[in-house]
Design a protein around this ligand. Structure first.
Ligand SMILES: Cc1cc2nc3c(=O)[nH]c(=O)nc-3n(C[C@H](O)[C@H](O)[C@H](O)COP(=O)(O)OP(=O)(O)OC[C@H]3O[C@@H](n4cnc5c(N)ncnc54)[C@H](O)[C@@H]3O)c2cc1C
Length: 413
């Protein structure tokens, strides 16, 4: 694919595309083959990974049943937050920048298809406090994939963003196309669009049936029914180790993550999203989303928290987490030094040991697939992951080996 075709769409290009035919063609109604001849795939989990996998399978002509225990973007799910950052910088991990470029394009196509905007372009300002090796190693990969960026000298960045105290920051990078996605609402829309296109959606907790002769024999649902299909996709996010404890207990480990929303001063617009970007500070990896649809100035620490149970875990933010967030914003954004806390959220990352995704066949069941391990950075990639997973299930293309369950399992920083 040429660089140009991979380039993320600007807002203007996106609006232009609303009238365009390309997206319409890609999203032509699912093929009308006789039901009997269509492969039936059951997808468990309607988060960013499962929802888009179901939508992509349907689009490719499969008959699809999507099942979720609590519904798309529910408050326990990793995709259940208000907003998630979309960006291209991934250090030297080329595969994720390429997936982000593909995901940008697919997000726009889905927006066009469903006439619902999910993406807000704010740009992302990288505040670099170390030698900058991580961000610098991304630059050629950003260029190859058509991501526009500016390296702002500290003096210029201070002029452009006087809201920020740049003490301790040695360099910056401004990613022009980055921004944020409306997370839980996008998940809900995926299911709405999927059912409008003929997909079948059910609310039930799923337990896998028995594996015999190298195949999964079906699903047991919490409404006491069973469901059989030709293939099964388990996109259960942080619940994957509960669904397949033997296989995934050591591979995917959910951790507790806290998010804080602070109130900006009355009448003050300098932290609104049209004047202030998404920002990420490295190496500490605090990050945030500015206006956030008037829900407050969002800040989170990307450092992995304690192990967490996504079903029963207590979701009250800690005093230590709040203090760390307050200390950070007082130092970095002085106008917010005494900002009141508006809301908190406790979510969980569904970490793989090396933070790479898992998109692979169950090693004991040729008709079952595992799609997960988003590891705190998966949401933006949802449509691209869905495409990769759908191709794998339908035998069109195997996923990259990086996403296999049998890759060397070494913990990464
Ligand atoms: C605080 C926080 C901030 C984040 N920030 C970003 C960000 O800025 N950018 C980014 O790209 N990513 C971010 N992420 C990561 C991203 O949100 C996740 O990687 C992604 O949402 C994972 O999606 P998923 O579909 O795998 O899991 P989930 O969204 O958790 O979906 C799994 C679904 O499976 C269902 N389910 C589970 N078990 C069963 C069962 N047995 N039967 C039926 N249904 C079941 C659940 O109800 C759930 O709906 C963040 C995550 C958190 C927690």
């Amino acid at each position: 694919m040429s660089n140009r075709s991979r380039r993320p769409l600007s807002r203007r290009a996106f609006l232009g595309a609303l009238a365009g035919a390309a997206a319409t063609a890609r999203f032509a109604a699912p093929s009308k083959k006789k039901t009997g001849s269509r492969i039936h795939v059951a997808v468990v989990g309607a988060g960013a990974f499962g929802g888009f996998t179901a939508a992509e399978l349907l689009r490719r002509g499969a008959r699809v049943t999507l099942i979720d225990a609590w519904g798309p973007g529910n408050a326990r799910a990793s995709s259940g937050g208000e907003t998630r950052v979309i960006r291209g910088v991934y250090g030297a991990d080329r595969i994720y920048t390429e997936m982000a470029a593909r995901a940008f394009r697919l997000w726009h196509e889905y927006e066009v298809r469903w006439k619902r905007p999910f993406y807000r372009r704010t740009g992302a300002l990288w505040l670099i406090g170390d030698d900058g090796a991580y961000v610098r190693s991304s630059l050629p990969i950003l260029r190859d994939n058509g991501f526009a960026y500016e390296e702002l000298a500290i003096a210029d960045a201070s002029k452009r963003f006087p809201q920020i105290d740049f003490s301790g920051i040695t360099s910056t990078l401004f990613e022009k196309e980055a921004g944020y996605l409306l997370a839980r609402r996008a998940c809900a829309q995926v299911v709405e669009g999927f059912t409008a296109d003929g997909g079948s959606y059910r609310v039930a907790a799923v337990t896998p049936g028995a594996i015999a002769s190298g195949r999964l024999d079906g699903l047991k649902l919490s409404d006491a029914t069973t469901l059989t299909a030709d293939a099964y996709v388990f996109a259960c996010g942080p619940w994957l180790p509960k669904v397949f404890p033997e296989l995934l207990r050591e591979t995917i480990q959910p951790t507790r993550q806290e998010v804080f929303y602070f109130g900006t001063p009355a009448g003050e617009r300098t932290f609104d999203e049209d004047r202030f970007p998404v920002w990420v500070e490295v190496p500490r990896f605090f990050y945030g989303i500015p206006g956030n649809e008037r829900r407050g100035f969002k800040i989170a620490d990307d450092g992995r928290g304690a192990p967490f149970d996504p079903t029963d875990g207590d979701r009250i933010a800690s005093a230590e987490g709040l203090k760390a967030a307050r200390d950070y914003i007082a130092r970095r954004f002085p106008a917010l030094a005494n900002a009141p806390l508006l809301e908190t959220r406790v979510c969980q990352y569904e970490n793989s040991l090396d933070h790479h995704f898992v998109i692979d066949r169950h090693p004991g069941a040729e008709n079952a697939w595992i799609v997960g391990g988003g590891s705190g950075h998966g949401f933006k990639h949802g449509p691209a992951v869905g495409e990769i997973a759908a191709r794998a299930v339908l035998g069109e293309r195997a996923p990259d080996r990086l996403f296999s369950l049998s890759r060397p399992r070494t913990a990464s920083a």
